[in-house]
Design a protein around this ligand. Sequence first.
Ligand SMILES: O=C(O)CCC(=O)C(=O)O
Length: 311
Amino acid sequence: MTESNSKSSVVCMPTEEEVFYFDLNGFIVLKGALSDRHIEDCNAIIDKFLNVDPPLRHGEWIGAVHAHTYSGTEGFNLQQIYEAGEPFERLIDHPSWIEKIKHFVGGQVGFDVKHGPLFIDENFASIRGPGDAIGIHSGGHKRTKRTQFRQFNGQFFCGQVDLLIALSDIGPGDGGTMIVPGSHKSNFEHPDLRKYSMGRDGDKLPGADGMPGAQEIFLDAGDVLVFVDALMHGSATRINEGERRICVFRYGASWGNFRHPYYPSDELLERLTQTQKQIVLPQQPIRRTPNRISDYPDPPHATDQDLYRGG
Ligand SMILES: O=C(O)CCC(=O)C(=O)O
């Protein structure tokens, strides 16, 4: 898709079909959500990070972006990817999905939105090569509040809605995301969970390859998988040469907190629009003024504007 025919500047509201299938299956796919130009710009930045000499290793920082791996087979992550430059900043409130995310996180009136419409509690790029995968995890039977699926009176109130943005084409052998449709509502553990789960021992492929009831999602670069985190998910093992590249942004209510103890940099906060800033850091401390103890220090990041927003 080219810049001119992409939906990159049109605000896309959730459609009736998307509402129906998100409720029923726990996920939807947005086709062509990013333009070719935007995908190229994101990949060019990732290329730069992957080509630094000596190569980035787990635990190292490159600016405010953190190189990270779990056990090894899950591939290489660039955590806090919204720090990596303007093409990633635009993903925070991209018009292709932001209204849909607000709708599925829901609770857009009342106490849940006291600090803003949303909060991103994790964002990263994931790069996987041959042999890499993530086993299956999550599921409605766990009843985890943070990631829960909830619907009431025709409105969604989900704990965490994930965006998985394809930055490369993901077809057979590329290690596509695997989901168990409807499992966000399941009451019982999947009978084969242990055979396909994350962190299991064994000599099988590390992914959820062949898991009964699971579906592999194939995406073109620029497509986006939107799912409630309570849905059982993981990936197939990458078999093909080359890399699978995606970004994951996880959104929840404005009162949420960071999954990993990262914090947006001052430089990022300076660059963002007020709308974006409110999504990456909805709550900021109130200044301790006036104060009966002279020169008592303020908490970091407080500004006059925040004082009046703090409520
Ligand atoms: O890498 C994938 O395809 C799945 C991502 C995943 O497991 C997650 O976001 O928790």
